[in-house]
Design a binder for this molecule. Structure first.
Ligand code: ASP
Ligand code: MG
Length: 406
């Protein structure tokens, strides 16, 4: 008999009415002859509410105690779902992370799953139970409760699917699947039937987060097929899988955009070994993540270096960069917040020439100026003025005919 791991996110279990809907859906899957392991998030904003409560205790918040507290959110929804299922005459049992055998390291609040010992789950399945597991939590080697980072129930679900060799991991959420662009910007955006792990990771890093990126990495590592779908209707979702499993490889799969972007330029940087090291080590030591880096051609033994960081890091970055400019003997710097990044992602672009030219042509035709360009094997990103992002996404979506996805 096939086994399915089904994860329901916070919005899918936000009220008792929604928990009942989830229970009905789970019961239908069970009645279709499947073994079902359900993973739940905490109800609605419970995790945020618990964090607010904790803050009222004072400024010092021990990570161990915080994990003890936050893990209760998922235990509530797991028990409520099991109770609801039982009342519908569907046998169900809820388990905490440790009862379910989810072992993790002791990195409280961002702990990683180290292995899963699924004997208890298997026993319960053999008894004919639906097993409801509290997501987002594990148990450290010392036997303390840990949590897996915000959005961590996705990782719980994928890891359980891998350990139980499930036929599929279904992630039920409040969106219908993965789209070719943000439907709020491009109303014609189409839902993708399939997307590869790599493409999904690129899209997530570009701001299109439908699943915790670590969960996608985990799925890729263990070859777990994941379906992202809506818990509010019955439509098929988007399957995240290996490129080789996809019926066709598209040149461009999606257009993503990111407004959380600030550009720095440093002028007349001396052209000698060790300069880039000093600059970027300095930024790294200050905890600032650098995204794109561009160094221009040398003239008179001097270069310009431009890079982008997240807008949230701007305040932290300005004094650090000012100091570094002096340290490396550059002539000055400039920074600007009024930029954003637009990117196209597609596994097929590595073997198809001309994709970058098509992208630049679409932007040129819309009279949009490009400030910076960066590429990876399956992605091309351009930094442009923030107020042109919407137009750029629409133009690229059209150029690559993404409203006609089959
Ligand atoms: N409840 C946790 C959070 O809000 C974990 C999750 O939802 O996956 O981040
Ligand atoms: Mg959540």
């Amino acid at each position: 008999m096939g086994l399915i791991v089904a994860k329901f996110g916070g919005s899918s279990v936000a009220s008792m009415e929604r928990i009942r809907n989830v229970a009905e859906r789970v019961k239908r899957m069970k009645d279709n002859g499947k073994d079902i392991v359900v993973v739940v998030s905490a109800m609605g904003d419970t995790t945020d509410d618990l964090i607010e409560l904790a803050k009222q205790t004072g400024p010092e918040l021990s990570c161990r105690e915080m994990d003890m507290l936050l893990a209760t959110g998922e235990q509530q929804s797991a028990a409520l779902l099991a109770l609801t299922l039982n009342n519908m005459n569907c046998k169900a049992v809820s388990l905490t992370g440790w009862q379910a055998g989810v072992r993790s390291d002791a990195n409280y609040s961002k702990s990683r799953i180290t292995n899963i010992e699924p004997q208890r789950i298997r026993q319960e399945l053999e008894q004919g139970n639906v097993v409801v597991v509290a997501g987002f939590q594990g148990i450290s080697p010392e036997g303390d409760i840990t949590t897996l980072g915000r959005g961590g129930s996705d990782t719980s679900a994928v890891a359980l699917a891998a350990a139980l060799e499930a036929e599929r991991c279904m992630i039920f959420t409040d969106v219908k699947g993965v789209f070719t662009a943000d439907p709020r910007i491009v109303p014609e955006a189409s839902q993708l039937p399939f997307i590869s792990y790599d493409e999904m990771l690129e899209l997530a890093s570009l701001g299109a987060v439908v699943m915790q990126p670590r969960a996608v990495e985990y799925a890729m590592l263990y070859g777990v097929d994941v379906e992202v779908l809506s818990s509010f209707d019955d439509h098929p979702g988007t399957i995240i899988t290996e490129v080789g499993n996809m019926e066709r490889q598209r040149i461009v799969t999606g257009v993503a955009h990111d407004l959380n972007c600030t550009r720095f330029a440093i002028f007349d940087v001396p052209d000698k070994p060790g300069i880039a090291k000093t600059l970027f080590r300095g930024l790294a030591d200050a905890g600032i993540n650098v995204d794109m880096v561009i160094q221009s051609a040398m003239r008179d033994n001097r270069n310009d270096i431009a890079f982008t960081i997240e807008e949230n890091d701007l305040h932290k970055a300005v004094p650090v960069v000012e100091k570094l400019v002096k340290d490396i003997g550059a002539s000055g710097m400039f920074y600007g917040n009024n930029v954003g990044k637009v990117s196209i992602v597609g596994a097929g672009m590595q073997s198809n020439p001309g994709v970058a030219a098509d992208m630049f042509e679409a932007l040129a035709d819309a009279n949009i100026n490009i400030h910076m360009i960066s590429t990876s094997e399956i992605k091309i990103s351009c930094v442009i003025d923030e107020d042109r992002i919407q137009e750029a996404v629409q133009a690229l979506h059209k150029k690559f005919a993404l409203d006609h996805i089959e």
